[in-house]
Design a protein around this ligand. Structure first.
Ligand code: GN1
Ligand code: MG
Length: 380
């Protein structure tokens, strides 16, 4: 990761002091690989003790209302703790912070209108995208735990931090508009991605599988994480057991199938989400099986028959949706996801589409449905 410049260190030091005025900062470094927010690990010395924090620049182009977002995050993390679970602990801005720089108690707004928050660092293992079966089983349990720990939390209390986040059909309309705008403006970025656009047009009906089931009441809304990819879960370094889910900015009302789908399209991919080519991309049945086993066991009978029936289709929908989001960002000139070079979002879209094709093959052959049935029978 690139080293921080002196100017950057000075700026970050000033921001840290808005949250934790006392203590000396020993070290600041860039942290994690989020595609939206930027994160820094801060090590401080406070009365001879070393304390670690994460300082985060919340992307306020993506998240328009960071005060509302923090209300969600605080409500959810407190609820989990009150019910005996573990969750992230956020720090309020200090009393000396100028009131005009506050956006609610947890967000400091700097002179460039960047929005910052800080929370306690949790010593834990974070896995990259390709993992062992045992880890997939534990991620299944972790997501089920998260879901069950919020059972009883009123999802309607949560504000929509990104409206229509997993409304795949609405996202498809936005995608078509982006294509039309590209054509009208003469930007011509669509010309080289005709086959990818064609791929999405062919899959239009699949995009409604989850949203239509929600809209016609076949499945119900509840609290969902909405972004539970593998590196958004913390695991204990010694026991390997899940500690908690992080990156709670998209916690909103949704269906557990959004979470299952996102987790599976992230972990069961046999290559990285950032792979440059697609030849090593496939959907691992072994990882799928382990995840589904852990998830179903962790949900302790809380899933309805319809939800279970849709599990094998969930990574298809969310993979399709994410590929479409990457492709749309490529067409629009990379304005949403962080990229290192032009063309990276297109590569990412191709990876998701290759994954979707393999999921389709394994749905057609009935393998995904069979594995799910086996997980259900093993439980009984
Ligand atoms: C983004 O913030 P991060 O990197 O955990 C994105 C997710 C995507 C993911 C793909 C708010 O997640 O929806 O699935 O990238 N988050 C947002 O890696 O758009
Ligand atoms: Mg995120």
């Amino acid at each position: 990761m690139a080293r921080l410049s002196y100017g950057r260190i000075l700026k970050l030091t000033r921001i840290v002091k808005q949250f934790v005025p006392e203590g000396k900062i020993d070290n600041i470094e860039s942290f994690g690989g989020g595609r939206i927010n930027s994160t820094y690990l801060i090590t401080m010395r406070q009365e001879s003790e070393r304390v670690k924090y994460l300082l985060q620049n919340v992307n306020n182009t993506v998240f328009r209302d960071t005060e509302g977002l923090m209300k969600n995050v605080i409500a959810v993390t407190e609820y989990i703790r009150e019910h005996g679970g573990r969750s992230l602990e956020f720090i309020q801005c200090s009393e000396s912070t100028a009131p005009e720089s506050l956006n609610g108690p947890y967000i400091f707004v700097d002179e460039e209108n960047l929005h910052w928050r800080m929370y306690h660092y949790v010593e834990a293992e974070v896995y990259p995208c390709i993992i062992e079966s045992e880890d997939a089983y534990m991620l299944g349990e972790a997501i089920a735990d998260f879901s069950r720990s919020l059972d009883g939390f009123d999802a309607t209390e949560l504000f929509e931090t990104i409206p229509g986040f997993h409304d795949t059909l609405k996202r498809f309309e936005a995608f078509l508009l982006a294509v039309a705008n590209d054509v009208i403006s003469g930007a011509k970025r669509c010309e080289s991605v005709k086959s990818e656009i064609e791929f999405l047009l062919k899959h239009k009906d699949d995009m409604g599988i989850l949203v239509n089931a929600l809209n016609n009441g076949e499945i119900l809304y509840g609290v969902t994480h909405n972004d539970p990819k593998i590196n958004n879960a913390l695991f204990d370094k010694v026991t390997g057991k899940p500690i908690c889910m992080i990156d709670l900015d998209t916690v909103m009302s949704g269906t557990p199938l959004f979470d299952i789908g996102d987790a599976l399209r992230s972990i069961a991919n046999t290559d990285s989400e950032d792979a440059k080519t697609t030849e090593n991309v496939s959907f691992s049945l072994e990882i799928y099986e382990a995840f589904v086993d852990g998830y179903i066991k962790g949900m302790k009978g809380c899933l309805t028959d319809k939800e279970k029936e849709l599990i094998p289709y969930s990574p298809l929908v969310i993979g399709l949706e994410l590929g479409m989001r990457f492709l749309m960002d490529h067409i629009q000139g990379n304005i949403y996801f962080k990229t290192e070079y032009d063309g990276q979002n297109l590569e990412r879209a191709r990876v998701q589409f290759a994954l979707v094709e393999d999921i389709e093959r394994k749905l057609k052959s009935g393998e995904l449905q069979r594995i799910l049935k086996k997980a259900e029978t093993d439980l009984n």
